[in-house]
Design a protein. Structure first.
Length: 259
């Protein structure tokens, strides 16, 4: 790590579904190859797991949904994201050059956790169905359990941060989240993008980023007035002691410039 800190790319919720177009994930992979960050953090909710949605159970939307289809969709999305990186690594190895191997972390989100909630409701599946069906680490990620806090370069990462007494995600403005979390943090879960800075008396800062959407579909429950949220990935430079420079990379920009 240089004295200026490391370079990160943070990938918000990708929520891969059957029938989705994953070109934006390929574009993100191309962007990663170009920037070669030291660290990549996927903030979770990659496998949407529509078949296990408690909200859709018993409704028309649930017809025809299957776990194996959901897993397959997520796998295709993950391949689209990481294929450019893997191709670069293979070429570098063939040419006997230093192989680019970023530090990669995957944070399980509430959508992946639908698998474990289903097992809790159907205990006869215990030992037969669990998160291992996603084979996250086979893609090169270090996996982190749902709502676990990962600390990197002075920043706390989790799919979301929550009120300890209720388990519900912190809501409200970014300034409120910064106060409640009490440290620089990055999370997914909430659609759109919000960020803030809290200067501290000792001259340092706490920074917060909430970025929860990097997918092409619209969530039906949000309705027509809430479908234009920011979507994209985050490129952060000079990441050190909880501080960083923030670069927003929109989904549209990626697909226009990096395919």
């Amino acid at each position: 790590m240089s004295n200026r800190g490391r370079r990160h790319i943070w990938i918000p919720d990708t929520q891969c579904r059957v029938g989705d177009d994953f070109k934006h994930l390929t574009a993100a992979g191309n962007y990663i190859v170009d920037k070669k960050p030291d660290v990549i953090v996927h903030l979770g909710d990659h496998w949407d797991m529509e078949s296990l949605s408690s909200y859709d159970k018993g409704k028309k939307r649930a017809e025809g949904k299957r776990i194996r289809f959901d897993v397959g969709a997520g796998n295709r999305g993950m391949n689209a994201l990481l294929a450019p990186v893997q191709e670069l690594q293979a070429k570098q190895a063939k040419d006997k050059k230093t192989v680019y191997r970023p530090e990669m972390h995957f944070l399980f989100g509430n959508h992946e956790n639908r698998i474990m909630r289903h097992v809790e409701s159907n205990p006869e599946l215990e030992g037969f169905l669990d998160l291992s069906i996603l084979e996250v680490e086979s893609w090169g990620w270090k996996a982190h359990t749902f709502r676990e806090i990962l600390e990197l370069d002075g920043i706390w990462f989790s799919h979301y941060f929550y009120q300890p007494n209720t388990g519900k995600a912190y809501g409200g403005m970014i300034s409120t989240k910064l106060k409640n979390v009490g440290n620089s943090f990055v999370q997914g879960h909430t659609q759109g993008l919000d960020s803030g800075i809290k200067p501290l008396a000792n001259g340092s800062v706490h920074r917060g980023v909430v970025a929860g959407s990097f997918y092409t579909h619209n969530e039906h429950y949000r309705g027509p007035q809430a479908i234009n949220e920011w979507r994209g990935i985050i490129y952060a430079t000079e990441v050190k002691k909880g501080n960083f420079n923030l670069c927003e990379v929109s989904l549209q920009y990626l697909t226009d410039e990096w395919l």
